[in-house]
Design a protein around this ligand. Structure first.
Ligand SMILES: O=C(O)CCC(=O)C(=O)O
Length: 354
C-alpha cells in the first residue's frame, strides 16, 4: 500500500477519509459560520429595505444564503472571501460588518490532525498561505432566488467577478495560475474540507490524476478534461489534498434543493513564495522555531483587517489578468517588498498604523 505521500506525489491529489473529528473540528465552524451568514443576511435585508420574511429562521440555509447573495448584490462574497474578490474593480471592503475571519475558521486551519497530515506531505515547516476560499454551491432554484432578490434591487449577479466560482460550477483550472509567478516553484497544497457531503449531484470536486506533473498550464484547457475527470464524492470529516498544479473543477449542483459547502485552505513550505504576498499568511507549524507558530485567532483576524484597510487605501499591486502576464522579476520584486514590509504577524498589525 503506497503511503499518503506517495499517493499524493503520484496522483497530485489525495483523499483522506474521516481525518477530522466532526464534533471538535467541523461542527463548531458550521455553527459559527451559519450565525455569521445569518447576521449578514439580516443586516443586508435591513439596509436594502427588503422585508425580512416572518419565518426567516424556518427558511433553509441555502435559501437564507441566496437572500444574502441577492440583498448584498453579490458583495457579501467580497466580505466572506476577499482573496479573489479584491481583484474585482468594484471590490467593497466593509469593516463595519461582523468579521468574516472567525475564530472557528482559524481553529480548523491549525487543527493538529490537519497539520500532521500536511507535515507528512510537505515536511515539518508548514506555513498557512493567505489564500483560502469559501464555496457554497447552490441548486438552480436557490440561484434563481438570489437572482430575483438582486434584480429587485436592479443588480445583475452574473456581472460579479467570481460569483460562479463561489456559488455555481467551478471551471477547470489549477491553483498555481492564480499566484504571481515566483510561487510556481513553491510546494503549495490545497486542503479542501467539506462541511456538508459533496456528491456528483450537489457539486463535488473533479480532478485529473497526474496532471500536476505537466507543470503550470494556463487556459484554455482541452475539452477532453470533462471526460477524463475523476469525481471525488466526500463526507464531512474527509479532507481532499490537491497539489496546486493538479487540474480540477467542480460539477454543477443539479440537485433540487441540496447545497454543497466547503472551505479550502492553502499551505506551503515556510520561506517559499505564496503567490499573494500582499495578504497575510502565518506560520502554522514549525519544528525549528515553534515559538513562531500563530495560535491566537484574534491576531489573525486583525492582521486581515489591517491589511484590507491598507489595500483599500493603497490599492493592490496587480490585477487578476496581470497575475498571468507578470514576469518573474516583477513577481520577485513584489514579494520582496511585502516580505520586507510584513515579515511577521506584528508587522501586519502595524500596517498602515503610522
Ligand atoms: O469548491 C469548489 O467548488 C472549487 C474550489 C476550487 O477549485 C479552488 O478553490 O481552487
Amino acid at each position: 500500500m503506497p503511503s499518503f505521500r506517495e499517493q499524493y506525489e503520484n496522483d497530485g491529489y489525495l483523499v483522506v477519509k474521516s481525518a477530522l473529528d466532526l464534533d471538535t473540528a467541523i461542527h463548531p465552524l458550521q455553527k459559527a459560520y451559519t450565525e455569521l451568514l445569518d447576521a449578514l443576511t439580516r443586516i443586508y435585508l435591513v439596509e436594502t429595505d427588503i422585508e425580512v420574511p416572518n419565518r426567516f429562521d424556518e427558511l433553509s440555509l441555502p435559501e437564507r444564503f441566496a437572500m444574502l447573495l441577492g440583498a448584498s448584490r453579490g458583495t457579501a462574497l467580497h466580505h466572506l472571501d476577499p482573496v479573489l474578490n479584491l481583484f474585482v474593480p468594484t471590490f467593497q471592503w466593509r469593516k463595519d460588518l461582523p468579521n468574516a475571519r472567525i475564530p472557528e475558521m482559524f481553529q480548523l486551519m491549525v487543527n493538529e490532525k490537519l497539520l500532521d497530515l500536511l507535515e507528512d506531505l510537505i515536511g515539518p515547516e508548514v506555513a498557512a498561505s493567505p489564500i483560502y476560499h469559501f464555496n457554497m454551491k447552490l441548486s438552480h432554484d436557490h440561484l434563481k432566488l438570489a437572482d430575483q432578490v438582486a434584480s429587485s434591487l436592479g443588480a445583475d449577479l452574473s456581472q460579479e467577478g467570481f460569483y460562479t466560482f463561489q456559488v455555481g460550477r467551478t471551471g477547470w483550472h489549477m491553483d498555481a495560475i492564480s499566484g504571481i509567478p515566483d510561487s510556481h516553484g513553491s510546494d503549495i497544497i490545497n486542503a479542501w474540507i467539506p462541511i456538508t457531503h459533496a456528491t456528483e449531484a450537489n457539486g463535488c470536486l473533479v480532478v485529473i490524476p497526474g496532471s500536476h506533473k505537466d507543470g503550470v498550464q494556463y487556459r484554455p484547457y482541452p475539452e477532453s478534461l470533462d471526460q477524463r475527470g475523476v469525481a471525488l464524492p466526500v463526507e464531512p470529516g474527509d479532507i481532499v489534498f490537491l497539489d496546486n498544479k493538479c487540474l480540477h473543477s467542480s460539477i454543477t449542483n443539479t440537485s433540487k434543493e441540496d447545497y454543497r459547502w466547503a472551505y479550502n485552505f492553502r499551505y506551503l513550505k515556510i520561506g517559499q513564495a505564496s503567490g499573494r504576498p500582499f495578504i497575510p499568511g502565518f506560520v502554522a507549524r514549525s519544528h525549528s522555531a515553534p515559538e513562531t507558530e500563530l495560535r491566537n485567532p484574534h491576531i489573525w483576524s486583525t492582521m486581515w483587517v489591517r491589511c484590507l484597510d491598507y489595500l483599500a487605501e493603497e490599492g493592490i499591486p496587480t490585477s487578476y489578468d496581470g497575475v498571468s502576464k507578470m514576469g518573474l522579476e516583477e513577481a520577485k520584486k513584489i514579494t520582496k517588498h511585502w516580505n520586507d514590509l510584513c515579515p511577521n504577524p506584528d508587522s501586519w498589525l502595524r500596517l498602515g498604523q503610522g
